[in-house]
Design a protein around this ligand. Structure first.
Ligand code: ASP
Length: 343
């Protein structure tokens, strides 16, 4: 990770917005042995200067300040890198030299990083994540246009106050709602149930609607925390309680369950989870379905079993929120449910 430097942009030198591009790696910075190869590549090997050089027209949109924050395949995302990233974003946006931040990231855990930042960045200035499904070396690489669109969105003046956004394949998504839905297709991200907020095309940004839930300056979470251990288990035919028992023996503070259907849980797993909930482990019910919500099912079920319901958050995002809530000292079930109903 590079040591952070001060932005090299002279304030007021030009009228263009000043956008910091923070590179973290991913396929957008990936390289393969030949141009037809879109799977056998190494992620995160191309530096931010080369990424920017592949995008014609950036200079007409913004004054760019570039930093290489990391060079990782986002499957290996860590709490340490999240901490470094949010700290740098907050530093840059607190100053007068930068108007917006664009983060290049791998697609695999982009939705987790985006939601984490959505809840922990302390600024109303735009923060946009983008990525690519094809490596930079590929025929029809999608990274350059995604990066151009992300900078156009950051510089547009329309993204301020909207929390962390994801610009991908022309669409603008809210960090809370977006998820990866394809292992290979260029149109790899959707906001299931809720839909994208708008789009960017040919440099033109158009929002159709806004996300309503609190984020960034209106969220009461701190990123500078000791991360509580929170893990995910899945419900499926014939599931055992082995994973739950092992996790609790290892000292987890919380478990998110990726339930079947509307967050339903196999009776074996449900009994195990109810037992550990009674012993103080936070248990959050989400769904493995990928779309729709998991509603709090009231006195007869969630309240009796000691479970919290995740609403429209998928299990991976529910885990991020649960970690932040536990780290902030929210442990009690009703208080945790209010957190999930709020964010
Ligand atoms: N494994 C890559 C990553 O998440 C995939 C991608 O970026 O598309 O870093």
């Amino acid at each position: 990770m590079n040591t952070p430097t001060s932005p090299q942009i002279a304030p007021g030198a030009q009228a263009l917005p000043r956008v910091a591009v923070l590179a973290t790696g991913g396929t957008i910075a990936g390289s393969a042995p030949d141009a037809a190869n879109t799977a056998g590549y190494q992620a995160g090997v191309i530096g931010v200067a080369q990424l920017l050089a592949a995008v014609p027209g950036l200079d007409a949109l913004a004054q760019i300040h570039a930093e290489q924050v990391a060079s990782v395949d986002s499957k290996d995302m860590s709490f340490a890198l999240w901490s470094a990233l949010v700290q740098r974003v907050n530093e840059l946006l607190a100053g007068d030299d930068i108007d917006a931040v664009v983060i290049t990231h791998g697609t695999d855990t982009l939705e987790e990083t985006a939601y984490f930042l959505h809840l922990t960045v302390k600024s109303r200035k735009p923060v946009i994540l983008t990525a690519a499904m094809r490596p930079a070396s590929a025929l029809s690489a999608d990274g350059p246009l995604n990066l151009l669109n992300a900078v156009a969105l950051a510089a547009s003046g329309q993204a301020a106050g909207q929390g962390v956004l994801v610009a991908f394949n022309n669409r603008i998504h809210c960090a809370r709602d977006v998820t990866k839905i394809s292992t290979y297709a260029v149109d790899a991200f959707q906001s299931p149930e809720i839909g994208a907020l708008g789009w960017v095309q040919d440099g033109r940004v158009e929002f159709q609607r806004r996300a309503l839930r609190p984020h960034t300056v209106d969220a009461s979470f701190n990123a500078d925390v000791q991360w509580p251990q929170v893990e995910i288990v899945t419900s499926y035919a014939g599931v055992s309680r082995i994973a739950v028992d092992a996790l609790v023996s290892a000292g987890v503070r919380g478990i998110v369950v990726a339930g079947t259907g509307n967050g339903s849980i196999h009776i074996t797993l449900q009994q195990a989870l109810a037992e550990v909930a009674a012993r103080g482990v936070a248990v959050v019910r989400a769904s493995r379905v990928g779309s729709g919500h998991v509603m709090h099912n009231g006195a007869a079920k969630d309240d009796a079993l000691g479970f919290v319901s995740a609403g429209t958050l998928n299990p991976y995002k529910a885990r991020v929120l649960l970690m932040l809530a536990l780290a902030a000292g929210t442990n009690e079930k009703a208080a945790l449910q209010r957190v999930f109903d709020t964010y």
